[in-house]
Design a protein around this ligand. Structure first.
Ligand code: SF4
Length: 230
C-alpha cells in the first residue's frame, strides 16, 4: 500500500459541527490547496514549523486501532485530506473493512477526489469558503460540484464567518446549497479570533436571512477552543 504525509494521529472530542462533543480519532493529513488568513492549523499548510511523517496505510491503521475503542468515528482532516486521494482510497476502504465509521472534514473544493472515496465515507463535514473571509479566491463552482457528489451520503455544511464576511456572499452560499437541497444542515461557525468583535451578532442576522431559503441553519462555535482541546 502507498504512504501518506501525516502530521498527527490523536484522540479527542469533535469540537465543530453536527457531531460536536463526540469522541473521535483524528488523522491529520499534511498540506492544503488553500491559504485562509485565519487558518487554525497553519502547520498543516506548510508553515515549516512542523514536519510531517510518511506513514504506510498499515502503520496508520495500527495507530488508529490503538485509539479507537468506543470512539464515534475516525475524523480524516487536515490541511485538505483529499489532496492525498489515492492514499485515502485504500486507507478508507481498510477502515471500513475493520468496521470503523469515517468522518471526512474537507474544504469542499476537490470534487474529483471525493468521487474516488465517497463509497467508504459515512459523514462529510464540508466547508464553504467565502473569499471575503478567507482572502483566498472564490470556489463557487468547485463547491457546487462537490456538494452534488457529497449529498449521495450524509453531508452538512460549515461556513466560517469573520467580521470581514460579506453578506452577499453569505446569501450566495445559502442559495448554492438550497439549489441542491434546502434540507442540508447549514452551520455558521463564528471565527474564534473575532468573538469579541461582533461576529456573533452578524451570525444571528445571517441565520435569520438564510432561514428564508434553508430549513436548518445553526450557529455553532469551535467548542474545542473553549475546552482548550486540540
Ligand atoms: S482550508 Fe482549512 S486547512 Fe486549508 S488553509 Fe483553510 S482553514 Fe487552513
Amino acid at each position: 500500500m502507498k504512504t501518506a504525509k501525516i502530521l498527527e494521529v490523536f484522540r479527542s472530542i469533535q469540537g465543530e459541527g453536527r457531531y460536536v462533543g463526540l469522541p473521535q480519532v483524528f488523522v491529520r493529513l499534511f498540506e492544503c490547496n488553500m491559504h485562509c488568513v485565519w487558518c487554525d492549523t497553519p502547520h498543516s499548510i506548510g508553515d515549516g514549523k512542523r514536519e510531517y511523517q510518511e506513514i504506510s496505510a498499515e502503520a496508520l491503521l495500527a495507530q488508529v486501532d490503538a485509539l479507537y475503542d468506543g470512539a464515534h468515528s475516525v475524523s480524516i482532516t487536515g490541511g485538505e485530506p483529499l489532496l492525498q486521494d489515492e492514499f485515502l482510497k485504500g486507507f478508507c476502504h481498510a477502515l471500513k473493512k475493520s468496521k470503523k465509521k469515517i468522518y471526512l472534514d474537507t474544504n469542499g473544493t476537490l470534487p474529483a477526489a471525493l468521487k474516488k472515496i465517497i463509497k467508504d465515507v459515512d459523514v462529510i463535514a464540508m466547508d464553504i469558503k467565502l473569499p471575503s473571509s478567507t482572502k483566498d479566491r472564490a470556489y463557487w463552482n468547485e463547491h457546487k460540484e462537490f456538494l452534488k457528489i457529497a449529498r449521495r451520503n450524509e453531508v452538512f455544511i460549515k461556513m466560517v464567518v469573520s467580521v470581514d464576511t460579506d453578506a452577499h456572499e453569505v446569501m450566495k452560499a445559502g442559495k448554492l446549497v438550497a439549489s441542491i437541497d434546502p434540507k442540508i444542515l447549514f452551520i455558521l461557525q463564528p471565527n474564534w479570533l473575532d468573538m469579541k468583535k461582533g461576529v456573533i451578532e452578524n451570525c444571528v442576522a445571517y441565520q435569520q436571512q438564510l432561514s428564508g431559503i434553508l430549513k436548518d441553519v445553526r450557529i455553532i462555535p469551535q467548542t474545542h477552543k473553549m475546552m482548550k482541546l486540540r
